[in-house]
Design a protein around this ligand. Structure first.
Ligand SMILES: Cc1cc2nc3c(=O)[nH]c(=O)nc-3n(C[C@H](O)[C@H](O)[C@H](O)COP(=O)(O)OP(=O)(O)OC[C@H]3O[C@@H](n4cnc5c(N)ncnc54)[C@H](O)[C@@H]3O)c2cc1C
Length: 349
């Protein structure tokens, strides 16, 4: 027999962590489930040391520090957390799965009428029973898009890196960065003051980053190589990385000698699980209504995994979505729920 949570949040990125805090503040019996060994999602794994400047009230914080602050905030309510737990399927529960049959709790709520016993989540660590589900799985399991040239696999993580885990280790080095989006530009600007030299390589003349970042890049001492593609990698006699750059037009190659190459071609996401959850999707994103309700009753979704008219994939938006979705989830269980209290009324008392 399983304990049945009121809300199970799937995904421990910024959206899921803030939702867990807010669910705790609303007094919900909440469980947070994360497939990897640590909370934090993209900021913690993809850009731990990159600064984030567009979160209300915080004038700059890096990915690791944001994760720490979210964890500290969640600690007010100490939600139950299960790490290394990947949700594979979401099935309607039967009354025999549960200690408490939801029908006996409140049979009149809309979600209970549509799905009387809530859900059973099948994970790689066993089953979870829950009345409602809040999906916050972001882009799913991310993997960086790889460089399209051959090189020895042992260079991965050493000479060729896809994720910066330790900015300090790059101090004083000569670096090449490949890519033309926000991430490549952000890294070039973050590293230019620490590194000996930074070369930015992009296959187009124009960068795809924020206009203000591109303007800053052009004023900086980053060496820009456009429009070029990386045609080959080899080692020099003194064990440095030689990067052969082929022009997109013409045939005058350029040659760089660097300590490391940071490849920033974005991430390919793996939405395998999501496709099995029988939710209405649009381009592999979950469609939701104004209360972040999905096409299945009692299942809500927020953060990068959702789409709706005007959706922008930003942490600030995910933070705004969380209280609405948690409130809507709680109202499907407790229709007479009163207006949410302000935080000081709960935390300060
Ligand atoms: C390089 C880069 C720079 C960025 N810079 C900024 C910025 O400056 N400002 C900004 O606002 N945004 C920025 N973003 C975007 C921001 O990081 C995302 O909008 C944000 O992380 C979305 O949060 P999320 O919680 O929805 O998803 P994620 O951060 O993707 O977290 C999802 C979590 O769910 C887990 N998960 C996935 N599937 C399962 C499953 N089946 N079971 C259990 N757990 C699962 C994943 O492991 C992950 O931990 C940037 C993104 C990148 C890649």
């Amino acid at each position: 027999m399983l304990h049945q949570y009121e809300i199970t949040i799937v995904g421990g990125g910024p959206a899921g962590m803030f939702a867990a805090f807010y669910a705790g503040m609303r007094g919900a019996d909440v469980l947070l489930v994360e497939s990897t060994a640590a909370l934090g999602g993209q900021p913690a794994t993809q850009y731990p040391q990159k600064m984030i400047y567009d979160i209300a009230g915080i004038d700059g914080v890096n990915g690791v520090a944001l994760t720490q602050r979210l964890a500290q905030q969640m600690d007010h309510f100490q939600p139950e957390i299960r790490l290394d737990t990947r949700v594979d399927s979401i099935n309607p529960a039967t009354g025999t799965d549960l200690v408490v049959d939801w029908l006996q709790v409140d049979a009149n709520t809309p979600a209970a009428k549509a799905n009387p016993h809530g859900y059973i989540l099948q994970t790689n660590q066993g089953s979870i029973a829950t009345q409602t589900v809040l999906i916050a799985t972001g882009g799913g399991a991310f993997a960086p898009r790889r460089l399209a040239v051959d090189y020895p696999t042992e260079w991965d993580g050493q000479r060729v890196i896809y994720t910066v885990r330790d900015v300090a280790a790059l101090t004083g080095q000569t670096l090449a960065i490949a890519g033309g989006g926000d991430s490549a530009i952000d890294w070039a600007l973050t590293l230019v003051d620490r590194a000996q030299d930074v070369h930015l390589i992009h296959r187009r003349q124009q960068f795809r980053g924020l206009e203000s970042s591109v303007a800053q890049l052009k004023q900086s001492r980053v060496h820009i190589h456009t429009p070029f593609v990386i045609d080959g990698l080899s080692l020099t006699a003194n064990d440095q990385l030689a990067v052969d750059l082929r022009p997109v037009h013409g045939d005058e190659h350029e040659h760089l000698v660097v300590d490391r190459l940071l490849v920033n071609y974005g991430f390919a996401s793996d939405n395998k699980q999501l496709r099995r959850w029988e939710l209405a999707l649009d381009h592999n994103l979950v469609t939701v209504d104004r209360l972040y309700q999905t096409s299945r009753p009692g299942i809500f979704a927020i953060g990068d995994v959702v789409t709706y008219p005007g959706k922008v994939k930003l942490i600030a938006n995910a933070f705004g979505e969380a209280p609405i979705a948690v409130d809507a989830a709680l109202r499907t269980i407790h229709p007479d729920l009163r207006q949410p209290p302000h935080s000081a009324a709960v935390i300060g008392k």
